[in-house]
Write a protein that binds this ligand. Sequence first.
Ligand SMILES: NC(=O)c1ccc[n+]([C@@H]2O[C@H](COP(=O)([O-])OP(=O)(O)OC[C@H]3O[C@@H](n4cnc5c(N)ncnc54)[C@H](O)[C@@H]3O)[C@@H](O)[C@H]2O)c1
Length: 383
Amino acid sequence: MTKTFKLSAFKSTVHIQSSLPSLNNIISELGGRVRGVLLICDENTINIAKNISLNGQVNICVIKAGETAKTWESVESILRSAKEAGIGRDGLFIGVGGGVISDIAAFAASVFMRGVNLVIISTTLLGMADASLGGKTGIDLFDIKNIAGTFYPASLIYMPISVLTTLPLREWKSGMAEIIKTLILNKTIYKKNTYECLISIKKAIFDNQTFLDNNHSSSRDNKPDDSLIKNISSLIKECVLYKGRITETDLYETKGKRALLNLGHTFGHALETSCGLGVITHGEAVAWGIVRSCELGVRLGITSIRQKDTITNCIELCGYETKKAHPLIKDNKTFINSLNNDKKKKSGNFNFIIPVKKGVEIINIKPEDMGLIENIIFGKTND
Ligand SMILES: NC(=O)c1ccc[n+]([C@@H]2O[C@H](COP(=O)([O-])OP(=O)(O)OC[C@H]3O[C@@H](n4cnc5c(N)ncnc54)[C@H](O)[C@@H]3O)[C@@H](O)[C@H]2O)c1
């Protein structure tokens, strides 16, 4: 699938395809006007980046893998590599990796020479389903997730499905959370064939992991079966079309539409931060946060028990922790402090996205109702 989205003054073209693009393809799609290329990858995705780097003829900047690399230092090392490589305003940054690489490569591209060409080659399920599209860039600072960032959509985003075969099991699981989030927003989660598709993915990925290679190696004897590729590709496509449509109407999250994509993120980000960034994956935190949002909705009388149960079942299918008082919360006060630092707070009130009959809704919770929120997070039993 190829689809171009118009994001305010930017255009992003997404290619969901089976294999990696070549550097020549990329440059010609950009109109050939590129002088100087910097590939940005991490210690694991360097194996993938090397496959498009024309035998080492382009500059590569390798960042540490994982959430703890979303720092100023990583951005600085990208900017330094670009300067040392003599890249100018007509240069090109290509981020090759998951959401961490796309967030920091895009941040660096947005500030280097006040903005250079940006291409993302997304290599994780989470990156394809969510992080690579929509122009949000970011780094973590002062122990707060994504507190510094810009809006800078990539011109081209490639999603080469074949690279997912080296993705570790935990990262497949992490990506499923953002997919389930979109299925809730889209309301397709309540359809029987969606549940069947999730069951088949669960069997292929989580029950029978023979094709997974946890050593990040690109050579393998076992390949995922065709039905898994077909199911995953169609879910990624659904996520891309949904997110593309929303961000086309509200790129800068000012019209109340894009904010809906944050379902599960207020609880999830607080969990991620309070556990120590990098301890729990983004998807694991979001999955737990979505279940908390359902429970809050039930308490407020706007989410039906049936809706909550359907969503929770789908999340549990992928093996996520869904219980309140998450076992990794060591200190309730630290969690509440993290929640209080949420970027989405407005005039001291929390904004939670809650699944409701017509899809999802933004609900404002005042600080004096914090008791209810604490019960949802730390209470003894799930509602
Ligand atoms: N900008 C956005 O709109 C947006 C949306 C959602 C999430 N995010 C961000 O995305 C980040 C999470 O992204 P992620 O889950 O992709 O994590 P990640 O980028 O850290 O990747 C997870 C791990 O998988 C490895 N990896 C990547 N591709 C691989 C492959 N094909 N084979 C083997 N190993 C591979 C990475 O090296 C890393 O160790 C978070 O920082 C989150 O805040 C951003």
